[in-house]
Ligand binder design. Structure first.
Ligand code: ZN
Length: 214
């Protein structure tokens, strides 16, 4: 599924130039091996065919994960110097494609414009921690017979809460969700994002749950 493009690169060690393949589109929900390369720092590492030295070469690519509502334009770190220019260019170049992706793939959030792999890696690592904590919370919630409703991924990141919300079966609304989250916290107080969820729910007014996926 990952889409590749070939670009000519020059080896910084011996000066030889050669054509190398780069991912231009990475589907975070399907290209799991490529996602692992990003997380392990091996993404875009090339080996020179002449001198066999390894080096990193960045090319812009699009990272998409509809399941996590993520659409990111990842540009080489060096582009940061002319950040505004590049963002304007990316917006223009990718606009027709972005519109199609957004409607077809269910990515509803605003696209992100990132420079270098570091901000993407940091976000994916935090999401992975959040997924693990969500799984633990969901396991406990199911044991208690609770239902689980998906949270908007962007809201989960902003509030640093789990990707799902526990609710007693048949109930909805903030008060019921708050009670369910407090009960889970009482059983296991080593889940920081469940604590954040309690704080977020306590801070809301009314009985609506605005951060749920609709
Ligand atoms: Zn070389």
């Amino acid at each position: 599924m990952a889409t590749k493009g070939a670009f000519r690169v020059e080896c910084p060690h011996c000066g030889d130039s050669f054509d190398a393949d780069f991912w231009t589109v990475v589907r975070g929900d399907r290209d799991l091996e490529v996602k692992e390369l990003i997380l392990s720092g091996e993404f875009d590492i090339l080996m020179c065919p002449k001198c066999s030295e390894m080096f990193q070469h960045e090319e812009p690519f699009l990272y998409i994960d509809p399941t996590r509502d993520l659409l990111a334009f990842v540009m080489p770190e060096a582009y940061q110097e002319k950040k505004d220019e590049w963002i304007a260019r990316m917006k223009k170049d990718y606009e027709p494609m972005r519109a199609a992706l957004a409607s077809g793939q269910g990515v509803s959030g605003e696209p992100l414009f990132l420079f270098g792999l570091a901000p993407l890696t940091a976000m994916l690592e935090t999401d992975r921690d959040r997924e693990e904590e969500t799984e633990v919370m969901e396991f406990m919630a199911r044991e208690d017979g609770l239902q689980l409703l998906p949270v908007q991924p962007a809201a989960a990141r902003r509030l640093d809460i789990p990707f799902s919300l526990p609710l007693p079966a048949g109930l909805k609304g903030r008060a019921a969700a708050l009670k369910a989250a407090q009960a889970l916290r009482d059983r296991n107080d080593a889940l920081p994002r469940v604590k954040n969820l309690i704080d977020a729910l306590a801070a809301l007014k009314g009985d609506d749950l605005p951060f749920l996926k609709v």
